[in-house]
Design a binder for this molecule. Structure first.
Ligand code: AMP
Length: 384
């Protein structure tokens, strides 16, 4: 690959959801061509692509079809198949490198790798049979049991505690005998995340630490900057940078953390643009999507600084009808910035769009969302 990639070069994107779409928009703005590998012709990223290759994402044939057409390949979600990527990486650069994907997509390997780099996580043990679970419950009392592979937005996991029938809980989560991980339950005061970017030549930048609020396992709000102590936020950014270096990242990575009274624990890594970094489109000098493209194209990284405090609200399938009805009222506020992903079907819980509120403080940004939330919400749920 010629570094940096000149305008007109082709970036291949494995996956075609909203992360691929917003990365693709950044790629096109920089003059790159975009080819998307997608199971569906009519997908968020294919709307902004020069070409879509239709193929299931777990079929190596699709990877072999897209690779020779591209100068560099990247991906927008972790569940792409690592093995064919490793083969392809021999003749087309794949960023972030397949090795990092292979580590983070498996929760046990991920936590071991984080700890090996001296970054703390919750205590955890592998669970391969009901007896392992019983032992973990006796040792820790309460925990979160997760499938080691797959699962997102809180799917494939549940809170477990001593006194439950270990056999029954194990069978429920692993009817196929899949490997599980038991994590000690973390009584966090806040969930945080940091987007970190690393260039081909090893330069690292981090975005401001963001505070995340989930509802029913799905990200609901991201608040930037996080309402936490400055030294905690700095520590979180430092940990993210350490992980990017230690894992030889090229591209951007979302690092999710728990903040407890004692300190910070890393929960999960995602070597791709992250939902909690969507606010960067409107609130930072360089969005996480442009940063990702800059990194994988061998360009210098941009300035990640926040120029305006922001709060991002995810809009799910159940919000879309109200959004359509009240669009003009909502957008009458010029500091509410709407991004719609172009998905055909608005199923409940499906991420369809996001709305970022800007303000001179996060409180002011939040107040902007509070004003329109009654028009959007399904039921009478408060915003926070
Ligand atoms: P994950 O899929 O690991 O990101 O988990 C989804 C959500 O479950 C997190 O955002 C937390 O709210 C919660 N969670 C996950 N692991 C733990 C844990 N060990 N202790 C407490 N809550 C957790």
């Amino acid at each position: 690959m010629t570094v940096p990639l000149p305008p007109g070069a082709t970036i291949g994107m494995l996956g075609s959801g909203q992360l691929g779409r917003m990365s693709g928009q950044a790629a096109r703005r920089l003059g790159y061509r975009l080819i998307v590998l997608s199971p569906d012709e009519d997908a968020p990223a294919s709307h902004v692509a020069d070409r879509t290759i239709v193929s299931p994402l777990d079929d190596a044939a699709g990877y072999r079809a897209i690779a020779p057409l591209c100068d560099v390949l990247t991906y927008e979600f972790e569940n792409v198949v690592a093995k064919p990527l490793l083969d392809i990486a021999a003749y087309v650069p794949v960023y972030p490198r397949p090795a990092i994907l292979d580590t983070v997509r498996h929760r046990l390997r991920e936590k071991e790798a984080v700890r090996a780099l001296g970054v703390p996580t919750a205590d955890f043990v592998p669970v391969r049979c009901p007896e392992d679970l019983k032992k973990a419950l006796d040792q820790f009392g309460k925990g979160v049991l997760k499938r080691a592979l797959g699962g997102y937005d809180g799917k494939g996991q549940r809170v477990v505690w001593k006194g439950q029938d270990a056999e029954e809980v194990y069978r429920e989560l692993a009817p196929d005998g899949a490997e599980l991980i038991f994590e000690e339950f973390v009584p966090f005061v806040r969930e945080l995340s940091v987007i970190v970017a690393r260039s081909v030549d090893g330069r690292v930048v981090t975005y401001p630490c963001t505070e995340n609020i989930h509802r029913r396992g799905i990200l609901h709000l991201s608040i930037a900057p996080a309402r936490t102590a400055a030294d905690r936020a700095a520590k979180a950014r430092h940990m993210a940078a350490r992980l990017a270096e230690g894992l030889d990242l090229v591209g951007v990575m979302g690092v999710e953390l728990f903040e407890t009274d004692e300190g910070l624990l890393v929960n999960e890594l995602a070597p791709r643009p992250h939902n909690s970094g969507h606010y960067t489109l409107d609130a930072c000098y360089t969005s996480q999507f442009e940063q990702h493209i800059r990194a994988v194209a061998g360009l210098p990284l941009g300035d990640p600084s926040l120029h305006t405090p922001a709060v991002m609200l995810n809009l799910l399938g159940q919000h879309m009808e109200s959004l359509g009805r009240h669009l003009a009222t909502i957008l009458r506020d010029p500091l509410l910035k709407l991004h719609v992903y172009g998905k055909r079907e608005a199923r409940p819980g499906r991420k369809m769009a996001h709305l970022t509120a800007l303000g001179s403080s996060v409180e002011e940004a939040c107040a902007r969302l509070e004003r329109v939330w009654p028009l959007l919400r399904a039921g009478d749920e408060p915003l926070i």
